[in-house]
Write a protein that binds this ligand. Structure first.
Ligand SMILES: Nc1nc2c([nH]c(=O)n2[C@@H]2O[C@H](COP(=O)(O)OP(=O)(O)OP(=O)(O)O)[C@@H](O)[C@H]2O)c(=O)[nH]1
Length: 133
């Protein structure tokens, strides 16, 4: 089976996280953390900063690593590395996504996440409930 490696950004601001809704393709309408595939020669952090610039027209500083998720979709295997990010320039502009929302802790499950993201939400809920995030 095909295997793809992706980086995803958990953009944080004021105890909220930024969720984006896919605007095209197989999973159109589902919610995700913005990001994308790592290109040859890039570090994970460089790939994430590039993707967030391309998708949302923002400059970010990539911060703490959160987790890596392995998920089997029917036609490919996904390995996704998640990092916290902060916006250091610009305002999110949806260049590829259909919609976006800032979600507070109570609302983390209020959108329909891509299947692979549910385990990220589990981890985030633990972090937000036990720390000062
Ligand atoms: N960016 C991102 N992709 C995710 C997440 N969860 C998840 O299952 N994926 C899957 O990871 C795959 C690769 O993401 P991508 O953003 O490069 O997807 P894409 O198919 O639009 O790539 P393309 O821009 O090269 O056409 C997609 O199939 C996407 O559904 C997530 O939280 N963020």
């Amino acid at each position: 089976m095909k295997s793809i490696e992706v980086v995803a950004g958990i953009i944080e601001d004021n105890h909220k996280i930024f969720a984006t809704q896919r605007g095209y393709g197989e999973f159109k309408g589902a919610w995700e953390f913005p990001g994308g595939k790592i290109e040859p020669g890039e570090s994970r952090e460089q790939a994430l900063a590039r993707e967030l610039k391309e998708e949302l027209s923002i400059d970010v500083s990539v911060g703490d690593y959160l987790c890596s998720v392995n998920h089997d979709y029917p036609n490919f295997h996904l390995l996704m590395h998640c990092f916290f990010c902060k916006i250091i320039g610009g305002k999110p502009t949806l260049l590829e996504h259909e919609s976006a929302k800032w979600l507070g802790f109570q609302d983390f499950r209020s959108v329909e996440w891509l299947p692979a993201d549910l385990s990220v939400i589990d981890i985030l809920e633990k972090q937000f409930s036990t720390s000062n995030r």
